[in-house]
Write a protein that binds this ligand. Sequence first.
Ligand code: NAI
Ligand code: PYR
Ligand code: MG
Length: 574
Amino acid sequence: MATAATKALRVALRGGGILSHPRFNKGTAFPAAERKAFGLTGRLPYRVNTLEEQCHRAYDQLCTRDTPIRKNTFLQSLKDQNWVLYYALLSRHLKELIPIIYTPTQADAIANYSHLFRRSEGMYLTFPNQDSMEGDFLELTKGRDIQLFVISDAEAILGIGDQGVGGIGIATAKSAIYTLLAGIDPSKAISVTLDLGTDNDDLLNDDLYVGWQNNRVRGLAYDKFVDKFMQLVRKYYPHSLVHFEDFGVSNAKRLLDKYRDQHAVFNDDVQGTGAVTLAAMMSAVGVTKSRLADQRFVVYGAGTAGLGITRQLRDGIVTIDKLSEADANKRFFLMDRYGLIKESLGSNKIRDEVRDFVRPDAEWVGVPTNAQGEVELLEVVKKVKPTVLIGCSTRGGAFTEQVVKEMAKGTERPIILPLSNPSRLAEVNPSDANDWTEGKALMASGSPFPPCKNPKGGKDYIIAECNNALIYPGLGYGALITQARSLTDTMIIAGAQRLALLSPALKDPDNALLPDFTDAREVNFEVAVAVVEQAIDEGSANVTWKKEDVREKIHADMWLPVYPEFIYDEAGER
Ligand SMILES: NC(=O)C1=CN([C@@H]2O[C@H](COP(=O)(O)OP(=O)(O)OC[C@H]3O[C@@H](n4cnc5c(N)ncnc54)[C@H](O)[C@@H]3O)[C@@H](O)[C@H]2O)C=CC1
Ligand SMILES: CC(=O)C(=O)O
Ligand SMILES: [Mg+2]
């Protein structure tokens, strides 16, 4: 099937210019005729390699790097040199290398960004330079058909908090996953860091810090800066998708709500995490032969992801099981750093967005509290007897043996999702939860974990990775390929339902709750198909495709890591 990547490309760069451009560089794979046409014959060793041979060599080189962070640095450098080779290598070792370029290893790369820094990547929009924002924006986007902006202000990176300018590393990682798993052409995507300072003291005191060494700008000045960027996107790229990543809890949902009627925007931590968790949960209730609406959910960590998950599950219950919103809300018990979120915590401890899920005090009379009058997790578990326990608190180990065993007393198959990233922040190590529940727990985690031994013999239990990367590339791609004005809630639910249908547990209840990352490309393709079909059905698509043609259309548009033929042309791309 013809793809964008296999069409001949007219290129205007020659010599060192083409060799140092990662989009066009083929290294030793430049064929003899192109070496001649582009002035490369004397710049390359004689032998012409195939892409397969280059992958082989690059993988051997990678294997000499003995730690995940060294492998991460090697792959970053490969990406700086040659996109096709980088993505071809990753595609051939998907499951092994995603954890190197994404969670958990990318968290370490981001935390050490200023010390590991070699080369810039993406767009750096910095508060003191705001007057030149339009010029800086145009400098990087001029002549490019940008379809996707992946942006972060880096206030809440994965679970490691405020990382200042290092946040560019999550935008570039998420963008690479879009290319790898959904086939978005990397030349049509741009990663952006909005550097509005940092409140991370380590960075503020680090002589090598490369960002703006100033406390974070907040309030009106922050909003104006973000808005200036959003208006540039709307003006120059009205059909693009803007993906928000790892914004702080006071901004994530607020910005999503502010812009979602103006432009196609997507907040991955709110919507992507909500969607993948809904899919995992649909799969789990399939195993327990119950409904979403039958569950009692304890969500530990009511921040951006926790609330995104809660709302998505609530909407799932309303849409799928037909409960009223008010009844569905009652299925949730949210917890945060002040324990259970109940009325008497007062408005300074309860964010407005959480209001729908605040528990009445009357329900908790007589339940033991700690010295601060807070109801802690163990007491919540004792009283609620949850069937589902979800962690997105960044508090590693919070699901203790006592908590997990208590939960297992109240339900036959406890559903436990420690979703905090990176791995060291998971609320429980799945292998421990497996032992404490004698293999009864149904689990999925935010970062990859090895399979768990079945205490009664039989096959190992595979811990599905409930990470938004299993779904956001398909959701985002579906929205941008249809040029939809917005990624609607119904498009997201359609994607989650399609993902749930691909769950291995559907066929075998002892199998994983979600598909393996080895299959993440096929999975995201299916998610994109579901999103596009839904967009067509509900009239939000800006294309006139018939539903039966959707697969073909998506296939034809996907960028694949193969070398296209190049034709030298002074008026070509550069
Ligand atoms: N698996 C996945 O796909 C995703 C996982 N995450 C992970 O979820 C975690 C949270 O991310 P965000 O929601 O973006 O951060 P956030 O900062 O918005 O939320 C964290 C919440 O946990 C609360 N918290 C902190 N300490 C606590 C404690 N001791 N007990 C209870 N609650 C506590 C905080 O007050 C805050 O409300 C991170 O580790 C992140 O990596 C986030 C998005 C997607
Ligand atoms: C996976 C992700 O988006 C996060 O941990 O923030
Ligand atoms: Mg995130």
